[in-house]
Structure formats: C-alpha cells, structure tokens
Write a protein that binds this ligand. Structure first.
Ligand SMILES: Cc1ncc(COP(=O)(O)O)c(C=O)c1O
Length: 379
C-alpha cells in the first residue's frame, strides 16, 4: 500500500537527532514549558516573520486562544467557510459566539471574498454584530489575504487565519503567520509541520493578543505564579513535542520543496489524460505547503466506487470534507451567507485527496495517476 502520508520515511531521516533531543529533555526533566519550547518559539518567529509566537497543545487550542486574545464575546459573529474541518468553527460556540458560514472559491477552495458582503448582511439581518473573519488555508494554500484584510479594514473587523494546513506557505512573498492579525496552526502528526502527538501555535505582532493568549494557556495566570488575571485553560505544548518539532523544523524547508515537486508531478501526469478532472489551482500570489493534493472529479464519476477500486489497488485516498459544516447537527442553526453555499455543496460531493507527502517519487505518482485513468476510462 502506498502510504497516504509517509511519516515513517521522514522518521528514518531524523530518528537519531530526535532521539538525542528527547534524551536531553529526559535529562533536564522540564517536561512542561522546558527550554525547548522557548527555543522552538524563537525559531518559529524567525521562520514566520511574526514577532510573537505561542506554542500550545493543539491547533484547535491555538484558535481558541486567538479568539480569547481578540476578546470575542458571547453573541458576536465570525465569518468562516463551511468547507473546512470542525475546529475552525467549533471554537466560536465554545465562547458563546456565532459562526457565520460563507461559501468558497471553486478554484482555490478558500473563502470567496466576493461573498463577504453577503455574510455581513446576513449577520446584520439576524441581529449579529460581526467582529472578525477566519479564512482557512485549505489543503495548504493561503487565502487571498489582500482582499480579506482590505474588507476587514474597511469594516473594522479583525482577521484570524486558520493555517492548520497552510503553515509553511506564502502569500505575496510573505510567510503564513505574518499575513493578518493572528494566525493559528496545528502540529498534528499528519500536518506539513507535525509533531509526534498533539501541538499547535499562535502567531501575532500584537503584544496584547499574545499576552492574553499566553496567560490563558496557563489557566489565566498573571505576572506571578498562582495569581490569576482571567479565566483560562491548560493548553501547554509538551516539551518533548517541542523537542521533536525542532528537528522537524530543521528539515521543513527541504520538505516543502519536495511537496511542491510531488504536486508538479501529479499535475504533469494527470494532464496527460483527458478525464475532466479539475487539478488544484493556486492563486498567482500564493505558494502552497501541499498539506493535501486534492482534485475535483467530474460529476458523473461515482466517488465512493473509485475510492474502493483504488483501495483494492493499494492506493489510499480521502475525502476532505464530505459534509459541509453547516449541515452537521451542532451547526445547523447558524447563519449561512446569502442562505446558500453552492460551491461548498459541489466540492463536498466531488473532491478527492490523493496520497501526498515529501517522499512520494515519480514512480508512485505514475502508478496512482495511471490507475485513476484506467478506472475512470473503463467506467
Ligand atoms: C483546517 C483545520 N483547522 C484546525 C485544525 C485543528 O488542529 P488540531 O487537530 O491540532 O486541533 C485542523 C486539524 O485537522 C484543520 O485541518
């Protein structure tokens, strides 16, 4: 079976260095907020060109801490795409706030900035005061941040980028993490920059957002230990995960190049066939960290059957995401911009993600794409 994500080959590449790093942690014994956490935050700050970096327990907690830092209040609204993972929206109701679901662009699968006005109008009609926008860099490609930041500025909104999948990418030659008010990412093992457990980080140039998030990630702690300034949670990253990430970060730039090569090879080999498949499209100002290589199948293809047939040929695939968020039980009652999400509905029925990782070689890609060709052509 071709691995959908190959963490094993990567581990072989860095195993001895990771073991050394973990040994150092075992020796000093500072398992929580040890020196590796600060070292990682420093390195991530340089990598992302973001002044403040706070490492924490997961991407979801990074989003929650960011919303706390932005002082989101119960009843206030945040515009978020419906074509995303649950974490993007779940953090709002956790604070009593309201997700306003918006449609995505059919080419980039990211927030459709032309529908931001609809989202604001829909919220206003429901009596909801919108405070911010949460674009999601789906599958590794950042959203059109110029358009989103501009809209946010004229309407007095903040922007929180959910970059769980797009960390490592760039927009207009600037790294994800430095593109808007706050950015959150995930270090879940399968993410482009993943650890060996749960982890995440928040990026901002605002000392106020950073200080609130930093305090909230240790129970709302104040300047002194056991003195609390606000209600918080426990959202610390483990020192061992920070140690692992230091070695992962060291090879991350080379892995990003390898991911781009794999994506180029997919494009080259899929373009040879006339299958009516939509290949991933990048906005001209973006690069992608290629968390996923996701194609859109023509409507007449039975996606379930294709997945089953590929699986019997040892080719795993995945569907991100089969049901728009607004159609799930806990989200059904939240507003939908313009009351309709045609692109989200279409994509959720037709997208298919193919194996993607830095260690895919051209033979693997020829194998995957020729099997797709054979199965669709003989359909
Ligand atoms: C778009 C998006 N946002 C947020 C998250 C949450 O990250 P974590 O699993 O680290 O909490 C994920 C993880 O899958 C994600 O894909």
């Amino acid at each position: 079976m071709i691995p959908f994500i190959d963490l094993k080959t990567q581990q072989e590449r860095i195993r001895s260095k990771v073991e050394e790093r973990i040994k150092v942690v075992l020796d000093h014994g500072q398992y929580i907020l040890g020196p590796e956490v600060k070292e990682l935050e420093k390195q991530l700050s340089v990598f992302s060109n973001s002044q403040y970096v706070l490492c924490c327990s997961s991407g979801t907690d990074a989003l929650l801490l960011a919303l706390l830092g932005l002082k989101l209040k119960p009843g206030e609204g945040v515009i978020v795409p419906a074509f995303t993972f649950a974490s993007s929206a779940e953090v709002m109701p956790l604070l009593g706030a309201i997700p306003i679901f918006i449609d995505v662009n059919p080419n980039t699968y990211n927030i459709d900035h032309e529908k931001l006005d609809d989202a604001l109008n829909t919220a206003t009609r429901s009596g909801i005061k919108v405070k911010g926008i949460m674009p999601v860099g789906l599958f590794g490609q950042p959203s059109d941040m110029h358009k989103i930041n501009y809209f946010a500025k004229i309407h007095g909104l903040w922007v929180l980028d959910d970059a769980a999948q797009s960390f490592g990418a760039q927009f207009d030659d600037k790294p994800v993490g430095s593109l808007c008010d706050v950015t959150a990412t995930s270090f879940f093992p399968s993410k482009p920059l993943g650890c060996y457990g749960d982890g995440g980080a928040l990026f901002t140039n605002s000392s106020e957002i950073y200080e609130i998030a930093n305090s909230c990630h240790v129970h709302g702690m104040g300047k002194k230990r056991y003195e609390y300034e606000r209600i918080g949670i426990n959202a610390r990253i483990s020192t061992i995960q920070a140690a692992v990430l230091l070695e992962k970060l060291a090879i991350f730039p080379s892995e990003l190049i390898k991911r781009q090569t794999a994506a180029d090879l997919y494009n080259k080999h899929l373009k040879k066939f006339n299958l009516g498949i939509q290949l991933p499209m990048l906005h001209p100002q973006t690069t992608s960290s290629w968390a996923q290589y996701t194609i859109v199948l023509p409507k007449h293809i039975n996606r379930d059957q294709l997945q089953k047939d590929l699986s019997t040929r040892n080719i795993p695939t995945a569907v991100y995401y089969p049901i728009p968020l607004n159609e799930h039980k806990p989200y059904k009652h939240y507003p939908v911009a313009g009351n309709t999400l045609p692109v989200t509905n279409f994509l959720s029925r037709n997208v298919l993600s193919l194996p993607m990782h830095p260690y895919l070689n051209e033979d693997d890609i020829i194998n995957i794409t020729s099997n797709i060709n054979e199965l669709i052509t003989n359909n």
